[in-house]
Design a protein around this ligand. Structure first.
Ligand code: CAA
Length: 261
């Protein structure tokens, strides 16, 4: 499967902008859209010209309003399982991309949409965005990683409160809970995400990648193993030419020119 219909991607100045593009269904994720999303993120991660990825939703109303309920309604339990595993695989792929991924949350981020945002590294929300895991309204639970990523992000009790009640939250509340990392005016959403991306791109690329790996993998380990893993990631950075350049540039009081090596 390739992308281009339900998921589009533009690529400029090191930034891949990936858009879930089904505004007529509030960008709901059916299986084809999940496959296109996987193809787009893997292509962006492989492309040496891309340094940072932004994922957003088409239109002003929704980031992603969840898994596609119209498609899910007719599925057998085993087909439902296949779809949930597909969503989990795609979101794990996003979480594990070498490159940083910013979610630009431009509207409803519900169910699978909230789960997609949580698989990204940084979440920037328009002040008008709404978050929630409303699956219990449909007789199901979050199935694209939401029971796990939400608990890890905001804590077990708060995740249970959100998931058991299916309540919708404002961007501000999501920010207070640590679900959104920054809230901006809607017309500032993409400019702010581009600014964050530009700041990240000005840093040593291997260091950014190693930091992502250390944080992601370390959180699945006990603290002793995690800091040991951090030391290995640190050593990888130490072996780069960019480490020599960064330290030399500091001592010579000039900006560093990183080469990604
Ligand atoms: N799947 C399929 N279609 C969807 C959809 C979804 N998740 N969300 C919205 N749509 C469709 C609507 O059916 C509607 O289509 P028609 O115009 O053909 O009728 C269109 O998008 C516009 O939606 P509304 O008319 O409902 O717009 P609204 O402004 O009145 O309400 C909303 C917006 C509150 C987001 C509402 O659409 C809604 O509640 N959507 C469903 C949210 C949801 O339950 N998400 C969780 C899905 S389950 C899941 O994600 C499981 C998982 O973890 C894997």
């Amino acid at each position: 499967m390739t992308y281009g219909t339900n998921v589009t991607m533009t690529n400029e100045d090191g930034l891949a902008l990936i858009t879930v593009n089904r505004p007529q269904a509030l960008n709901a994720l059916n299986c084809d859209t999940l496959e296109e999303l996987r193809a787009a993120v893997l292509a962006a991660d492989k492309d040496p010209a891309v340094r940072v990825i932004i994922i957003t939703g088409a239109g002003a109303k929704a980031f992603v309003a969840g898994a596609d309920i119209a498609q899910m309604r007719g599925l057998s339990p085993l087909e439902g399982r296949d779809m949930t595993i597909l969503g989990q695989e795609v979101f794990a792929a996003i979480e594990n991309l070498a490159k940083p991924v910013i979610a630009a949350i431009n509207g409803f981020a519900l169910g699978g949409g909230c789960e997609l945002a949580m698989a990204c590294d940084i979440r920037v929300a328009a002040a008008t965005a709404k978050f929630g895991q409303p699956e219990v309204n449909l007789g199901i639970i979050p199935g694209f990683g939401g029971t796990q990523r939400l608990s890890r992000l905001i804590g077990k009790g708060r995740a249970k409160y959100c998931i058991f009640t299916g309540r919708m939250m404002s961007a501000q509340e999501a920010y207070q809970l640590g679900l959104a990392d920054k809230v901006v005016e809607p017309d500032e959403l993409l400019p702010v995400c581009r600014e964050i991306a530009a700041t990240i791109m000005s840093k040593a690329p291997v260091a950014v990648m190693m930091a992502k790996k250390a944080i992601n993998h370390g959180l699945d380990m006990d603290l002793g193993s995690a800091v040991a893993y951090e030391a290995e990631a640190y050593t990888t950075c130490f072996a780069t030419a960019d480490r020599v350049e960064g330290m030399t540039a500091f001592l010579e009081k000039r900006p560093a020119a990183f080469a990604g090596k």
